[in-house]
Design a protein around this ligand. Sequence first.
Ligand code: UDX
Ligand code: UDX
Length: 429
Amino acid sequence: MNVCIVGTGYVGLTTAAVLAELGHQVYCVDQNHDKIEQLNRGYIPIYEPNLKEIIEKNRDRLTFTNGLDLGIKHASTVIICVGTPSLTDGRTDLTYIQSAIDHLALHIDSYKTIIIKSTVPPGTTEQLYIQLLEKGVPNHLFSIVANPEFLREGSAIFDMLHADKIVIGLRPDDQRSLPIMKSLYAGISCPYVITSLTGAEMIKYASNAFLATKISFINEMARICDAVGANIHDVAKGIGYDPRIGPHFLQAGLGYGGSCFPKDVKSLEQVAHSQKITPHLLQAVQLINDSQVDLYIQKLQQAVNHLSDQTIAVLGIAFKPNTDDTRHSPAEHLIRKLSEAGCIVRAYDPKAKLDSSHQPNVTQTDTLQEAVEGADILIIATDWQEFQQLNWREIKARMNGPIVLDARNCLRRQDIEQWGLQYIGVGCG
Ligand code: UDX
Ligand code: UDX
């Protein structure tokens, strides 16, 4: 098939690469000229494992352009992956997706299947359908489909090729789109969930909200474990054996970040309020998550007399490992709080870059050793694999003080303490 992807960010570019790998001819459109220029030079503007390799392998099936008209002209299927960021009150900002739809309306002169992959509040895709009609596009010239993505950054290519489900939201009168969607994803074998437009939108929000709830649940359990002297690892392992609970997303730590969970949980909360529903659970999930960084600052304040005099090595800036994405990163939030407390912060991350707005007492080092050299405290803020395989005897020799704060509960206490370092985690008995 000839496919046009509008918006080549984390989701758009990954989707384009995988669809080219599946054999489709893919036209990637983005309004950001630098991004398209970089992609045409073979430079991939984001770090995502295997993305560069798959794009290079399928380069003859990928076209990168700023020209929406070019992309639309060639394609029978158009996938919208533009950003749907948050407004200040937590509702979703639909301006980008509405402007993408307005542009689209100008170029539809043959039948198009329009696929909404950006995460949008329930009811939005139907609104976009009406918007296209109002822009004069006759309804026999297009169908609109809600097809949310469930990709995790850091494993997006794998997640798409080995999807656990494909969710297809259709309008009641749409007889044409399902076979087209099945041809688009031919080569990916997994169950299809066929539902309404709003059903598909809600499956996306409910998925992210549930995963965020699991994380806030285990973080609350970890606080209780701290108080009663139990080990949260054992608790997570124990409850995880129950197939009704499952072992995944039970890792206590600094909380969830990224471009999806924070904004989608907030947006769903606003959807509930707009329907006169008080979302007690979603509010609690955010309350716990928003206070995780403070919990770790308190642990440090209990461990040292004056936090302000401390030089702190923070390992990890990205919101999670295997990505360079720092959007709503708990690690960056922690760095900002330590900076405000007057600490000297030296941060290191294998891929991510510190936000430029940090104070002069915050620097990013090129190597882990530079960050650790002479540090009074070392913090694991993002659970990159390489931080879990450190030579703690060498680290001890480089540090000035003994404290290792494991803010991702990814280290083993004995590996640290055997070298005379002081291990601080959460809910570690
Ligand atoms: C986006 C949405 O934000 C998210 O809600 C959804 O779940 C998946 O797609 P992501 O790919 O991470 O997430 O966004 P981002 O990396 O910001 O990429 C969006 C791209 O769209 C950017 O490259 C931007 O330049 C482009 N864009 C935005 C357009 O090409 N045209 C527009 O009108 C607006
Ligand atoms: C998430 C969803 O997993 C994905 O399906 C959806 O399409 C987009 O949003 P992503 O944001 O890439 O993906 O990250 P994810 O791996 O889900 O982690 C989200 C956050 O939760 C990260 O900050 C991570 O550190 C944190 N997390 C995850 C925990 O704190 N504990 C866990 O057990 C798991």
